[in-house]
Ligand binder design. Structure first.
Ligand code: OOB
Length: 552
């Protein structure tokens, strides 16, 4: 028997749910309840600062009232509990307003990234049968309204497009709120789904990750305790707010949970972020390794006062030991490594870990109830200290993707462990070290690319006979993408730029466009006749990418 938060996704068996409740992990909280409580306890404290184009600071009371009015407006437009709403907003205050409004109704935000384009958005809207899509008018030079129109034309469920800014032919978000703010009677229960997060993905299309109020709030509480987040924390959101890392590790939701202040950063570069750190007295932030490298290099000569910074979390991709050693002296703050995944499990080094542990490991799990298994290709536990496939199960790790029963059979073990696809080893102190990856995914500086998705797009080019997309080592990003292309015999010449243009024109996020394209006559073959990506990797000009043993 299960506690069934939603019929569309497997959930924790009743015995586990009871255990997690008894242990005090799941405390019966919801996101809307949490915001309401904070607004009642300290309504005048600043919850959110959005610096651009002119500085806006919303108190907890204001954020709660705005979310309540917007929720009422959404409901008046027919958005109901369980409905899916694709939210694609940059780091602006409306992001929090919209998602807390949806939480209040029990409608599920589907967190798209600002970089996503028509292919991804069209897929999220149709697969999730979304009833609404929330966008900025323009962002980073791109007009989201035209994309919304195109997606709406082919998505029958998509009744509403809400726009922050000039709505064009759609609806202005600012026209939605109602004065009637009574909470809906059928609001969400703590064990209900709160939202759908996106998986990095190893297949042709990203999977949706169903997270409940109870489980996600537990991960916030656990992260806050480990990172020392409290009401005095001022957390800068430099990565896209929709990503799991800046959202919950401990991120902006963790900061709001603690009654602290969230500062939204419109762009992550030092020229934008450092003045904000100085002006808003930012104490904490989180970023991917390439950005940490940029900050480390820029800080010493930047001329800004970064002395308010106490802690920088770095994760999302492997952070080199050399780079890790340089961060603390350059930024004058503590470093914490974080190895997490939107599916659940998050590991942190600890504030009281010694320096060697902080720079050489990716941390240990949040919870004593996070179960970790490190197994060989046959699924047997390896000897302590050896590396193997990381499997995990616990109070905030999902038991299955949303509406993906077939994929779930291979992505999870029969007894509910998630196969992370990561190759790790455990140190005697219990910390994990990420040694590589078994999944077919490229980690481009923290941005995850599923080769299959890009291969499918390139294959659609009439001149292309076959293609294999692989990761190649890169000093800055960790990995870059390389597409090996075999042309049709009868096709004319095709340049690398034409291949890249083809991918761009299919409307995908720019970070998925191959960095390099090479034309070859044959791929290396394995014994079973499949394209050997491992062979391709070791042949690639920039040297081999991280290890890629076979899946268990
Ligand atoms: C975070 O989440 P996702 O879902 O974008 O990606 C998860 C995957 C992991 O399975 C692993 O392959 C990789 O990203 N990863 C790391 C890492 N942190 C994540 N690989 C090596 N070293 C690390 N420190 O990326 C994410 C979610 C929450 C917090 C932090 C990162």
């Amino acid at each position: 028997m299960s506690t069934a938060p939603h019929e569309d996704a497997p959930t924790w068996p009743a015995g586990f749910a009871a255990r997690y409740r008894a242990a005090g992990h799941w405390r019966g909280e919801t996101f809307s309840g949490m915001l309401r409580e904070r607004a009642e306890a300290h309504g005048d404290r600043v919850a959110l600062i959005d610096p651009a184009p002119e500085r806006r600071a919303w108190t907890y009371r204001e954020l709660d009232e705005r979310a309540a009015r917007l929720a009422a407006g959404f409901r008046a437009r027919g958005i109901a509990k369980g409905d899916r709403v694709v939210v694609q907003l940059p780091n602006i205050a409306e992001f929090a307003e919209v998602v807390f409004a949806l939480f209040r109704i029990g409608a599920l935000p589907v967190y798209a990234l600002p970089a996503h384009r028509e292919t991804e958005i069209g897929y999220f809207c149709s697969f999730a049968e979304a009833v609404a899509y929330v966008i900025p008018d323009r962002h980073a030079g791109f007009d989201h309204r035209a994309l919304a129109t195109a997606v709406q034309e082919r998505t029958p469920t998509l009744k509403h497009v809400f726009v922050v800014g000039d709505p064009g032919k759609h609806t202005a978000l600012s026209d939605v709120p109602c004065e009637e703010t009574a909470a809906p009677e059928d609001g969400p229960e703590p064990h209900d789904l709160a939202f759908l997060q996106l998986s990095g993905g190893t297949t042709g299309v990203p999977k949706l990750i169903p997270r409940t109020h109870d489980d996600y709030i537990y991960s916030l509480r656990g992260s806050n305790e480990i990172c020392g987040v409290d009401a005095d924390t001022r957390y800068l959101v430099v990565l896209p707010a929709a990503h799991n890392f800046p959202m919950s590790s401990p991120g902006w939701l963790g900061t709001l949970y603690a009654g602290g202040t969230v500062v939204l950063c419109p762009r992550p570069d030092p020229a934008t972020a450092f003045p904000l750190v100085e002006r808003e007295r930012v104490t904490m932030t989180g970023m991917v390794p390439p950005l940490a490298l940029l900050w480390t290099e820029a800080a010493p000569g930047a001329g800004q006062d970064l002395s308010s910074l106490e802690l920088v979390l770095v994760g999302g991709a492997k952070y080199s030991e050399t780079a890790a050693r340089r961060l603390e002296p350059a930024l004058g703050c503590r470093l914490m490594q974080v190895f997490g995944m939107a599916e659940g499990l998050v590991n942190y080094t600890r504030l009281d870990d010694d320096q060697e542990t902080v720079v050489t490991t990716q941390g240990r799990p949040i919870s004593e109830d996070d179960e970790i298994r490190i197994v060989d290709d046959a699924g047997h536990e390896v000897a302590e200290g050896d590396f193997g496939h990381l499997l995990t199960r616990g109070p905030y790790t999902i038991r299955g993707y949303w509406r993906a029963p077939e994929h779930n059979r291979s992505a999870f073990t029969e007894d509910g462990f998630y196969r992370t696809g990561d190759i790790v080893r455990r140190t005697p102190g219990g910390h994990l070290v990420v040694e590589g990856r078994a999944k077919d995914q490229i980690n481009r500086g923290g941005e995850k690319v599923a080769p299959e998705e890009i291969e499918n797009i390139i294959l659609a080019h009439p001149a292309v006979h076959d293609v294999s997309v692989v990761g190649v080592a890169d000093a800055y990003l960790g990995e870059r993408t390389l597409a090996y292309v075999i042309l049709r015999e009868d096709s004319g010449p095709l340049g690398a730029l034409a291949v890249k243009r083809h991918v761009r024109e299919r409307g995908v996020a720019a970070y998925k466009i191959p960095d390099l394209v090479e034309f070859v006559d044959v791929f290396p073959q394995t014994g079973i006749g499949k394209v050997s990506k491992k062979g391709l990797r070791s042949e690639s000009p920039a040297g081999p990418a991280p290890s890629a043993p076979a899946s268990p």
